[in-house]
Structure formats: C-alpha cells, structure tokens
Design a protein around this ligand. Sequence first.
Ligand code: PMP
Length: 400
Amino acid sequence: FFQEVEQAPPDPILGVTEAFKKDSSPDKLNLGVGAYRTENLEPLVLDVVKKAEERIMSQNNNKEYLAVEGFAPFREVTARLLLGDDSKALKEKRVVTLQSLSGTGSLRIGAAFLAKFRAGTTVYISNPTWGNHFNIFGDAGLETAKYRYFDAKTIGLDFDGMVEDLSAAPAGSVVILHGCAHNPTGVDPTKEQWKKIAQLCKDKGLFPFFDVAYQGFASGSLEEDAWAPRHFADEMGLEIIVSQSYSKNLGLYGERVGALNAVVSSADEVPKVLSQWKRIARATYSNPPTHGARIVTEVVGDDALFSEWKKEMEEMSGRIINVRAALQKALESRMPEKDWTFITRQIGMFSYTGMTKEQVEHMWEKWHVYCTKDGRLSLAGLSLSRADYLADAMVDAINT
Ligand code: PMP
C-alpha cells in the first residue's frame, strides 16, 4: 500500500528550523520562521495573554465542543477588530465570520470554498509570496498564477507590472493580497496604490482575497494595518474574503486561532455562505479549538487588556525596527558602496535581501546563520547584540 509513496520535498521555511536544530554551534542564529523572539532570542508569551489565561482559568470552563463556526464572542470581536467599529458592512450585517485554525486554516477553508463554488477560477498570487500560498490553493484543486510584485532593481513594489498582470487576468479571477507587511518582501502598496488596485478589481471583476497575518505588526497600529481591506469593503463597496491570524500579533502561534471573514453584498447571503463554510469545516476538522478563541475574546473584548495589548505590540514592532537600524548601520560600515536603506524601508518581520541561494548556503555552512533560500531574513529572530555578527556573515557571503 505504501510502497509507491515518494519522499515529499522539505518545507522551505520549516526545513530551516530543522537544520538549525541540528547545528550545535553556539553562534547559530535562526532567521527562518517568522516567530518573534525577545532581545535574548527567546520566545515571548505576552503579558496580556497570561492575564487572559488567568481569567479563563477562574471561569471554570468545561471542555465541550464549540459550534462548527466557532466561539460566538470571538467571532464578534475578531470581525470588529478587522473591519473597525465604524464598519458599514458590520452595521448592515453583511459580514460572515468563521473561527478557524489560524491563518493557514482559514485560507484553506476559503480555498475549498472557491474550489466548490467558483470551480475553474484562477487564483492570482504575488511573485514572490509566502511559500504556503501555492500549497494551500493548489492542494484545494485551484489553478494558480503569479502576478508581478517585487522589483529587484528598486527593492520596491513593481506597481506597473502588478497592474499590467492583474489587468490581463480574466474577469472572475481571484487575487490574493497581503493586507499588510507583505511576506517575504516587507514591501506594501501605498494608500494611493491600494486605491488603484481596488478600482482595478472593480473595473475588471476580480475578486479580492486578503491574507491579514500581521495586523498591528506592520505599522504598530491595528487601524493602519487593516486600511486596505476596509477601503475595499466600505469605501469601494467591494465584496471581499479576508483570512485573519493571531499567531504573530498576539503571539498565539501554537494555539491556532484565526478567522475567515467575508463581506458580502446583502445580509441574506450571510447565513447561506456561513452554512457552506461550516459544511467544509465540519468535514475538515469538525470544530475549532477553544483556548485561543477565549484568549482573543478576553484581550480584544476588554478595554484594559486591549490597550495593554497595543503597547506590547508596539514593543515587539519597535524592537524589530531597532534591529533593522542596527543591521543597516553594521552593513553600511562594512560595505559602504552598496545601498542598504531597504533594510529600514521594509516593514514587518522580514528583510528580503536579494541574496542568492549560494550566498544563503554559505551563511548556513560557514556562519551557522539560517534563513530561507530566497534570502529572506526573519528579523524577529535577531537581537541588537547579534546584528554585527549577521552583517559579517552577509558581507562574507556576498564577497565569496
Ligand atoms: N499568511 C502569511 C502571509 C503568513 O506569513 C503567515 C504566517 N507565516 C500566515 C498566513 C499564517 O500563519 P498561521 O497559520 O500561523 O496563522
């Protein structure tokens, strides 16, 4: 039965952690997976999460199953956090929300929904993108295509290329858009560019599917980081799907908490769409886990914890901004002939360096510095005290 099964290729991101774990050097650095580390390079459990957990413990909750669509108070607060207190769509009850297994799980339910109800559609994904997007939409049985996004020359957005590729996409195609802090490039459209993308979706009949994995982590503001999906839905009156994750902004990685949301055009569509998402979720994992949903509800639904959370998020994004500045300075002093300003221009957790696979492999082998082969560094895994070491490794790899 199993004889014909071949080895699957290693995951390009998780494979980095495996290699890191095997390395016994005291100098080793894991800049692979996008997981936040403190200045001592240790994982962080936010204080607000600990406080929320104390409250949850005192509630003496049972372990009954949640409804297939998830924890009702969670669904309410998560949609409000995403779309804003003034959201027209929420006021008009045109929002569908399903609690799901973090960002990945909600993307997958969204993908299965598209495969079922928009069979034959093509899903346009930015080039480059987070490695898992192609797995998720491809495994769900959808055709995928790439649109231009990154301009290696300017280390910025190839906006003209993006518009040209999306303009050529057939009407009815789905476009995956990173809501903020594009992974891996750290390059986002400006508000003016987002407005043009929204108009293009409207004019060409393209369907926007936002992946919001870093709300609050890109700019430090929950509002700013949700600007694009809010503009599409409320200002432009577009229907959208949005997947949401609490892995990064609340540090709930392993709790697997997130949501799939849709803004639809009329309130009568809400129960129908939800019923289909529930049908897919029921057959996939039956119902979502309780603990993370309770934590999010305590933090987002409580004024005091909510403001503490915002401060902690600013500390996390502030630490990464400081690390960026230190790394840029260290690189400028070692290789002044090259423009390194992209390091502080890019936002979010990552720096997309343009380093080649060979240069990355050199850093793995000689310097014990592990990052993905596309030259993406997770700066959330770097400390100020290791910035010089990383700069030495990068310069040596580039000069070799
Ligand atoms: N989308 C993007 C762009 C991401 O970077 C991530 C996390 N690396 C996710 C989705 C989903 O992560 P999770 O499933 O942990 O929420």
